[in-house]
Design a protein around this ligand. Structure first.
Ligand code: C2E
Ligand code: CA
Ligand code: CA
Ligand code: CA
Length: 280
């Protein structure tokens, strides 16, 4: 028995060791990726639920890795958020987006880009100032940027004041605010009223099964009603079928995002698709 316990504890030790090694090399690799500007944005259109007009696009990060090819966020965002490396990555995405937006503006001057940030970026006053500096440096970003974050990490009352003042500072350079994954977090009505989001993005779990499942159906209806009550523009995430699109529009949700309309795509593809839509 003692032998088994000893060898089990060896396995655990080795596994923990391997995990830390793996994590350490992941963080080093991310750092190298930042230095070589390997993080790029894929664009996914945000579409009018009634007219199919493309109002803007969400920028979804991809790691264009020299050995592994395109890597999706699930594989590095948790580590990059924990280490804080996401802060630099986000600034790089925005700076590149400024160049991309200037060509998009020739086709669709009123379209916006929606960028994912973390709540801890917005409670960090220095980081807020670096975002403002970047937006001021590229006038094409002013009044054209939506920042979205989820309520999964903060909203502790102590942080709420900082969050609110960070949001207000960024509003001064024309940023609008979206609450991501709406319906999955913990924010009460009073928090939502305090932060006054411009846009609520309804999490795809409520959209996906709402057509077939009566309970989800009524939850989605209630979420939509509450969002409209708060005077927000609503975006349904993860719309995958015509049926879901129709259903969402019936509930008064104004905008949709999802594979039914388009997959996230590299900037050049997004630009080409936008051009084609405007021509026809
Ligand atoms: P999210 O912000 O909720 O983004 C939406 C995710 O849903 C994207 O996954 C998108 O590709 C996917 N999606 C879009 N339409 C559909 C659909 O019809 N069906 C299904 N099943 N999925 C759909 P992606 O690109 O893998 O991103 C995953 C998450 O990673 C994002 O969730 C966001 O939380 C995070 N993320 C992405 N880019 C960034 C970034 O630049 N910074 C930070 N901090 N997080 C990011
Ligand atoms: Ca998002
Ligand atoms: Ca989301
Ligand atoms: Ca999500």
């Amino acid at each position: 028995a003692a032998l088994i316990i000893i060898s089990l504890s060896c396995i655990v030790t080795l596994t923990v060791h391997a995990y830390f090694n793996w994590r350490h090399s992941l963080l080093n690799d991310i750092q190298r990726g930042i230095e070589r500007k390997e993080f790029i944005a894929y664009y996914q259109p945000i579409v009018d639920a009634n007219t199919n007009h493309w109002h803007g696009a969400e920028l979804l990060v991809r790691w264009n890795h020299p050995k592994s090819g395109i890597i999706t966020p699930a594989e590095f965002i948790p580590a990059a958020e924990q280490s804080g490396q996401i802060n630099q990555i986000t600034l790089q995405l925005l700076e590149r987006a400024a160049y991309e937006k200037s060509t998009i503006n020739e086709l669709a001057p009123n379209s916006y880009i929606s960028v994912n940030v973390t709540a801890s970026m917005i409670t960090n006053t220095d980081y807020v100032e670096s975002l403002i500096g970047l937006i001021k440096q590229y006038p094409v970003l002013q009044n054209n940027v939506v920042l979205e974050f989820t309520e999964r990490e903060t909203f502790a009352t102590a942080e709420l004041g900082l969050l609110l003042s960070g949001m207000e500072r960024l509003r001064e350079v024309g940023v609008r605010w979206a609450l991501d994954d709406f319906g999955t977090g913990y924010a009460g009505l009073s928090t939502l009223q305090t932060l006054s989001f411009d846009i609520l993005k309804i999490d795809r779990t409520f959209v996906a099964s709402s057509v077939t499942d009566a309970i989800t159906h009524s939850i989605l209806g209630n979420i939509a009603e509450m969002g409209l009550e708060l005077n927000c523009t609503l975006v349904a995430e993860g719309v995958e079928t015509a049926e879901e699109a129709e259903h969402v529009a019936q509930l008064g949700i104004q905008r949709c995002q999802g594979f039914y309309y388009a997959q996230p795509m590299p900037y050049t593809d997004y630009f080409a698709a936008l051009k084609k839509r405007i021509k026809t």
